[in-house]
Design a binder for this molecule. Structure first.
Ligand SMILES: C[S@@+](CC[C@H](N)C(=O)[O-])C[C@H]1O[C@@H](n2cnc3c(N)ncnc32)[C@H](O)[C@@H]1O
Length: 230
């Protein structure tokens, strides 16, 4: 995407110096990983539920994660800080621009944990539903596919953090859950991790093998070793 301002009805992107801002109705936001610094220390990372769900020690190599619903990349950052390589798919061009900017800024962060994590993150501005089944053409088989599609109730929640209110103007609640899950299966990972609100129904129609439940979110884990290509 070129560095020109993108306009989409009342929502627009503004480029200023090395920052990209999403703006609408007098509100403005940018994506930045600097506030995540504390969560990336080794001691804190081990308590992150998503890191527990990934079970990185089960792999005898650096695991490759495909985050099929990248958003602003915070979940991917945790996985990258824990040692994974991560390909992040984001289909909305404005969200992808904010995400790329967060990674660019992270590369010159004062915090080495952030610099190292972003060095393992690659953004692809694509729809993962079409991209994941074609990964094998590039000789890529992910170890983990991570899914965190927008959940309708989250959109309405009064608990939604202010910084996410603007981004929710762009995100649509997921209407293609089955397609998303099927694409993840076609990428032939060892496991699929799905982030859901604690009490939400499972995504799609494959029953998870087990779940890890926190205060507000649940990670459903589907083990697919028997679906791996030989
Ligand atoms: C709830 S957010 C993800 C938040 C993310 N886990 C984080 O840590 O910031 C969902 C994002 O997935 C994107 N998305 C949904 N379906 C997608 C698809 N099929 N391909 C690529 N991006 C998708 C949406 O545009 C939205 O930005």
């Amino acid at each position: 995407m070129t560095k020109e301002n993108i306009e989409n009805s009342q929502i627009s992107l503004r480029y200023e110096g090395n920052e990209v801002f999403l703006e609408s109705g007098g509100q403005s936001m940018s994506a930045d990983f600097s506030k995540m610094g504390k969560r990336l220390t080794h001691a804190n990372l081990t308590h992150e539920l998503i890191v527990k769900a990934a079970k990185i020690k089960d792999f005898d190599h650096v695991p490759l994660v495909c985050d099929a619903t990248a958003g602003l990349g915070e979940d991917s950052l945790l996985l990258a800080a824990a040692g994974c390589r991560v390909i992040l798919y984001e289909r909305d061009p404005m969200i992808a621009a904010l995400l790329k900017n967060a990674i660019e800024k992270g590369a010159s962060s004062d915090l080495s944990d952030i610099r190292e994590a972003v060095s393992r993150m690659e953004v692809r501005e694509e729809d993962s539903i079409t991209a994941l089944p074609k990964l094998f053409e590039e000789g890529i088989t992910p170890d983990i596919v991570f899914l965190d599609p927008m959940f309708p109730e989250r959109e309405k929640s009064s608990l939604v953090k202010k910084k996410f209110q603007l981004i929710h103007l762009l995100e649509k609640p997921c209407s293609d859950e089955d397609e998303l899950l099927n694409s993840a299966v076609l990428a032939a990972p060892a496991k699929i991790i799905i982030k859901r609100p604690v009490k939400a129904a499972i995504l799609g129609s494959i029953k998870p093998d087990y779940s890890l439940t926190g205060k507000t979110v649940r990670y459903d884990i589907i083990l697919l070793k028997n679906l791996r290509r030989s």
